[in-house]
Design a binder for this molecule. Structure first.
Ligand code: SF4
Length: 329
């Protein structure tokens, strides 16, 4: 930490509405591991003030898989990926409904639906909107979509169908983004988010840690996300997927202590938001879930877009065993 900085003073400042300097943010990510317990102890009351001791659990359905025109290096669905994944234009409605009914039965807080691709025809949006409308009628669970770049008219169609939140991640810092993807720009992502906010959508916006970015890049990404002011912030920890551009990424620095420091920083920069520990938490934070839940208040269960994950029952048990309450939104 910056010599003389007191974690508790930092946390009090955040609760009082103050921010962190970039220097302080970097110092958190560079903190010696032996100082991490003290940092978590000071950040936990911030989490508790805004989120109590509850953990929301979300389920994710991949409604359209593979064949994307973009080249995001981490993604198994990109045009350059050789990953062995299922590819389909639109999920069978029965599968979507099955996931929706599971979310309803288990009282999960949100059903997130991802579609590969960056732009969609009006006919495709119309078809998907009908799926969402039917799903909402049958389950009532809040729906969030991750659906590339929309036109304002397409976004309105989805809103009328019952989508109230859209996920659009920044993924990394502005500086590092061209190393991860150059088929679209960081600014296009931000413009899409601003357009959606202007239409009244809640935004879910996060990123991926461990793609070779520096710690300064990780901090910069969180500052960018703070500017966006989303409702929820998914923090993924890279699982290199065979066949993708990052399949050989060295993730040796991505250990539990570093992941927890990132979550500390996310909570301090975005204190009242849903901080969601997403892909990779099962791998990198295994055995450290109590500390994870002292910082994050939300997780996915039942897998990710193209990677498996923990089952719902197991996730609920994990939350309860760590001494937290699984909550219904
Ligand atoms: S992250 Fe999205 S836009 Fe990028 S390659 Fe994957 S599906 Fe396409």
């Amino acid at each position: 930490m910056i010599p003389g900085t007191d974690f508790w003073k930092l946390a009090h400042r955040v609760v009082a509405g103050g921010g962190l300097s970039r220097e302080e943010a970097l110092a958190i990510l560079d903190l010696p591991d032996e100082e991490l317990p003290g940092l978590i102890a000071a950040v936990y009351p911030v989490r508790k003030k805004y989120k109590g001791n509850t953990v929301g659990i979300q389920i994710l359905t991949n409604a359209r898989s593979g064949n994307c025109s973009q080249n995001c290096a981490y993604c198994a669905q990109s045009r350059d990926s050789k990953a062995d994944i299922a590819k389909y234009r639109m999920v069978d409605y029965g599968k979507l409904l099955g996931d929706g009914l599971l979310a309803q039965e288990k009282k999960l807080s949100r059903h997130c639906i991802g579609l590969s691709g960056i732009r969609f025809s009006d006919a495709e949006i119309g078809e998907f909107a009908e799926y969402v409308r039917a799903l909402k009628n049958q389950t009532g669970t809040p729906v969030c979509c991750s659906i590339g770049f929309l036109s304002p008219a397409q976004a309105e169609v989805l809103k009328k169908a019952g989508v109230n939140r859209i996920n659009h991640n920044l993924n990394t810092s502005r500086n590092y983004y061209p190393r991860i993807c150059n088929s679209h720009s960081y600014d296009e992502r931000i413009a899409n988010i601003k357009m959606l906010q202007g239409l009244g959508f809640e935004i879910c916006c996060g990123g991926i840690i461990g793609m070779g970015e520096s710690r300064a890049d990780a901090a910069d990404m969180l500052f960018e996300i703070r500017e966006i002011n989303p409702r929820s912030v998914p923090i993924n920890f890279l699982i290199p997927i065979a066949g993708t551009g990052l399949e050989n990424m060295d993730t040796s620095a991505l250990n539990a202590d570093y992941c927890l420091k990132v979550l500390c920083l996310a909570r301090l920069l975005l204190p009242e938001k849903d901080i969601r520990a997403t892909a990779g938490r099962e791998l990198y934070l295994k055995g450290r879930e109590k500390e994870m839940f002292m910082l994050a208040d939300s997780i996915f269960a039942s897998g990710y877009l193209t990677a498996g994950g923990q089952g719902i029952e197991e996730a609920i048990k994990l939350v309860e065993d760590a001494g937290f309450e699984y909550c219904v939104e």
